[in-house]
Design a binder for this molecule. Structure first.
Ligand SMILES: [Fe+2]
Ligand SMILES: [Fe+2]
Length: 340
């Protein structure tokens, strides 16, 4: 074996690495519970390609129903298909800021799961409405209405993206995670409701599996917040109140109906949205009624209120659901932290 080379006067210290940077490498574990959730996430991983797709036959539906289902998944994709990119960026951020190892791994697992959820949108649409969401030519008024609404929806999706890219570096973990927590609460509520509402074997299994993933994401967010919340400042609390209102305004599009105050939509959007949602409902997708959706959303928001109020965070007023709180008026795209 060759001799070691030891310089005279000792080894030279490597230069300090400018931060933020993913280096130096380390695998610090501070929160065992997060490490355990990550282990669980690997064990329960599932493959959207293995859902019983042969049981999803376009001929079992009318054209209006197929369009309605495609429309619902196009709306869902505005949220779920942003998941991989949102959490991939959050994962990079967590590396650069040297969050403990289980935080980085949990973000990565959410990215993995969200990719599966996006694939469910993709596969369903490919099967029932080839070319959807937007790469097809409408042939009558109903189809034109669907195509046009989806275009407007994605216009709004596109408005928050730059905001998110700067927000992810600008906001502290508690702010980011309260928004993530709210999204996961919304998502787990939505899929639990849909799973109970659908009779179809493909959608039933899909929604149950996605719902389970979303509950795990919620658990991750809550565990991280329990670490972060004790150090909250009043400024952060105020910002979180605002973020909660922004989350409500944004997520209502898929959980219920879009409220005033953020969405840039043409005046006919909502009327046509209702017609298309009715077709999806009639097709047996499991879309709950307007009142059931409102009730589920109210219960989910009330749970979020109970959680944040424990930490001295004021809840925003949600007059749409008869929930009292601090008025937050204007929401701009920079306030939206997209999640699901
Ligand atoms: Fe998701
Ligand atoms: Fe999620």
């Amino acid at each position: 074996m060759a001799d070691l080379t030891i310089p005279e006067g000792g080894f030279w210290p490597a230069p300090e690495i400018p931060q933020p940077n993913i280096y130096p490498m380390e695998w610090r574990v501070e929160t065992e519970k997060l490490a355990a959730i990550y282990e669980k996430s690997k064990r329960v991983v599932w493959n959207p390609a293995d859902l019983p797709w042969d049981g999803l036959n376009p001929d079992d539906f009318t054209r209006e129903q197929r369009l309605g289902i495609m429309y619902w998944f196009a709306v869902l994709a505005n949220f779920d298909a942003s998941g991989p990119a949102v959490f991939a960026r959050a994962t990079i951020q967590a590396f650069e800021k040297h969050e403990e190892d289980p935080v980085r791994k949990c973000f990565f697992s959410i990215t993995r799961d969200e990719m599966n959820h996006e694939e469910c949108c993709q596969r369903t649409i490919a099967k029932l409405w080839p070319g959807g969401p937007l790469d097809w030519t409408p042939s009558d008024d109903l189809e034109s209405a669907a195509h046009n609404n989806i275009g407007w929806l994605y216009h709004n999706g596109g408005r928050y993206w730059n905001g998110y890219n700067s927000a992810v570096g600008k906001y502290s973990l508690p702010v980011l995670f309260t928004s993530f927590m709210m999204g996961e609460m919304a998502a787990s509520t939505l899929f639990r409701g849909m799973a109970s509402g659908t009779q179809h074997p493909v959608f039933s299994e899909m929604f149950q599996r996605i719902g389970r993933d979303e509950s795990r994401h919620l658990q991750i967010c809550m565990t991280i917040l329990e670490n972060e919340w004790p150090g909250l400042t009043d400024d952060t609390r105020t910002l979180i109140t605002r973020q909660l209102r922004a989350g409500f305004v944004f997520l209502s599009m898929i959980l219920w109906e879009p409220p005033e105050g953020f969405w840039e939509l043409p005046p006919y959007f909502l009327a046509n949205h209702r017609v298309l949602m009715d077709h999806a409902r009639e097709a047996g997708l499991g879309v709950l009624s307007y009142e059931e959706q409102a009730e589920n959303w109210r219960v989910a928001m009330a749970r979020i209120r109970a959680i944040v109020e424990r930490w001295g965070i004021a809840f925003p007023a949600i007059p749409e659901l008869d929930l009292e709180g601090v008025p937050v008026d204007f929401i701009d795209p920079e306030d939206i932290i997209p999640v699901f």
